[in-house]
Design a protein. Structure first.
Length: 202
């Protein structure tokens, strides 16, 4: 099982996630988000020993200038959360990143859109609510392709991760379910979730 935690604060949350061996640490670059990080905090990330964890920049239709100025050299992955085409995905990949492409799923036919983005390193199936933590429809979870390349987001928590895992999902993306107040990660919730994952795996 793989875990990505999104909407992290570079100063407050990173060391905990690294200590817990979280696979992917996500940082939001979207001004409308309550989890948007200050650009001045990017340099903080260079101080951490990432070990086997990857840093992910979550973007919405980012420009080349923004990527080159702020993201190159600081992040392993870019997550594309906007209307990026396959052509655009390849352009960004050629700047030296691995790519997570988000597919917003309302109905079953939306799942097939992942086939258009076969150059992505990871496909993230998410609800259409952006950061509003809508629950992913259970009847559609079974329809998602299985494997390490395919991740699921949408109201995942320590209370349902075991059942979702039984439906074939191996890669989980969490954000608001690990908060006690909007935009602030609850370290106790993070620890409990990771402990639950270890428990399922063992």
């Amino acid at each position: 099982m793989k875990v990505k935690i999104c909407g992290l604060n570079p100063n407050r949350d990173v060391q905990l996630c690294l200590d817990l061996k979280v696979d992917y640490l996500g940082f939001i670059f979207y001004e409308k988000s309550p989890r948007n990080i200050n650009l001045s905090d990017i340099e903080t990330l260079s101080r951490y020993d990432r070990k086997n964890s990857a840093f992910v920049a979550v973007t919405v239709n980012a420009s080349d200038d923004f990527i080159k100025k702020y993201l190159v050299g600081n992040f392993n992955y870019i997550q594309l959360h906007g209307s990026e085409t396959l052509e655009r995905l390849i352009e960004i990949k050629n700047m030296g990143f691995k790519i997570i492409k988000t597919i917003k799923v309302k109905e079953e036919q939306d799942i097939d859109k992942h086939k258009e983005f076969n150059k992505a390193d990871v496909i993230l199936f998410d609800t259409p609510g952006m950061e509003k933590s809508l629950e992913f429809p259970k009847n559609l979870i079974k329809k998602i392709p299985s494997g390490d390349k395919f991740a699921l987001a949408g109201s995942i928590s320590e209370y349902n991760v075991e059942n979702i895992n039984k439906l074939g999902v191996k890669f989980f993306d969490l954000s608001s379910s690990l908060e006690s107040q909007l935009g602030y990660k609850d370290h106790h919730k993070i620890k409990k979730f990771i402990n639950k994952v270890y428990e399922i795996e063992n």
